[in-house]
Design a protein around this ligand. Structure first.
Ligand code: NDP
Length: 331
């Protein structure tokens, strides 16, 4: 049985990304509880874009079928929790990095990595959310665990037109928070307001070094960009507030001081989606089914075929996109 997949190779040290016809027997084995799946939809997250454009060492095994996310149907299973016909969603666990992923019409995955797709979502909607949206939910849940409630005060979302940012704005607004969106694309202010932002700020004031303590403005922050932006965000959080930090679109550095933490009791909450335990993932997906307005997903989503995935990844790397990109795997 052959199928189409995106195929990344580094033969002779030269990187290539192409659409290939592969045989099912080529799929990597899984030690325990293997599940053969048909990803109907995948997506291009920031990390996929890095892999597809060979920008940073996301791929750690060559050749690689990329795609850290997938949603579709189980075809065959050696895992007690999964049967043929079940609908799954997969996010991370090193898929597309160390194990062949879901920018493909077939994948062999570990049953322990899969989450039951909530009834509320189609497989396309699940990928419109993808790792980006599920991470936005994890950030919101982290802020809530710290005590953030509607009425606590304004919540800042950085990298707001990106995938994580767009879903975070939509979620926080639906939950009753006053959301302030920080963006480098002021032209997208109407888009961010349609997602629920009360105010849209230009990121220009955040991109270079600032004072270690600034005016207290935010009860919480979802930060997707790191570096000076994260340092500014920490310096502006009100006493006892928190920042959920999940991204590095500006940089992996954190040029900050300890002042916000030791003088204002600010908490910096790290958020990882890749190795998050299954129970937390299922909780995040159940919350997304409850708290995300599915009609807003359409506003933020573009669609490409498998053959259009590399072009979409380049657009993400050049900062030319907004929101989410889903990939049709069946063509
Ligand atoms: P996107 O590319 O969709 O969005 C990133 C956004 O960041 C851009 O749209 C832009 O928004 C802003 N941005 C880009 N470059 C810069 C810059 N130089 N300085 C300041 N802002 C910038 O990516 P995602 O939303 O999918 O992911 C965001 C980050 O979160 C990435 O770093 C990704 O690796 C990380 N991530 C981490 C996860 C985890 O498990 N911790 C899971 C998922 C993502 P605007 O123009 O509106 O300012």
């Amino acid at each position: 049985m052959t199928f189409q997949a995106l195929y990344l190779d580094k033969a002779d040290g030269t990187f290539s990304a192409s659409l290939r016809s592969l045989d099912e027997s080529a799929l990597p084995e899984v030690a325990d509880g293997a599940v053969l799946v048909q990803p109907e939809w995948s997506t291009i997250n920031f990390k996929d874009a890095l892999a597809l454009t060979n920008r940073s060492p996301v791929v750690r095994l060559w050749p690689m079928v990329p795609g850290i996310d997938g949603a579709g149907q189980v075809l065959a299973s050696n895992h007690p929790n999964w049967r043929a016909g079940d609908r799954f969603v997969l996010n991370g666990f090193g898929v597309g990095e160390t194990h062949w992923g879901c920018l493909s019409q077939r994948a062999r995955l570990k049953g322990d990595w899969l989450v039951k797709l909530p009834e509320a979502f189609t497989t396309r909607q699940a990928m419109a959310i993808g790792t980006a949206g599920y991470t936005a939910m994890l950030c919101v849940m982290a802020l809530e665990r710290h005590g953030l409630r509607p009425g606590s005060g304004p919540v800042l979302v950085t990298g707001a037109t990106g995938g994580v940012g767009s879903v975070a704005v939509a979620l926080l607004s639906r939950l009753g928070h006053t959301v302030v969106a920080l963006t480098g694309k002021m032209v997208e202010a109407p888009y961010l307001q349609a997602l629920g932002a009360s105010e849209v700020l230009d990121r220009q004031a955040f991109v270079a070094a600032g004072k270690p303590l600034q005016k207290e403005r935010w009860a919480g922050v979802v930060d997707t960009v790191g570096s000076h932006t994260l340092a500014h965000a920490c310096a502006q959080v009100a006493y006892g507030g928190a920042v959920a930090a999940c991204g590095l679109a500006q940089g992996a550095d954190l040029p900050a001081t300890v002042m916000p933490f030791i003088l204002r009791n600010v908490a910096l909450l790290g958020v990882d989606s890749v190795m998050a335990p299954l129970a937390l993932r299922q909780q995040a997906w159940d919350r997304l089914a409850r708290d995300l307005d599915p009609s807003l997903l359409d506003t933020m989503t573009q669609e490409v075929s498998l053959s259009g995935a590399v072009g979409a990844a380049q657009a993400i790397m050049e900062g030319l996109h907004r929101g989410r990109t889903v990939v049709r795997c069946n063509e």
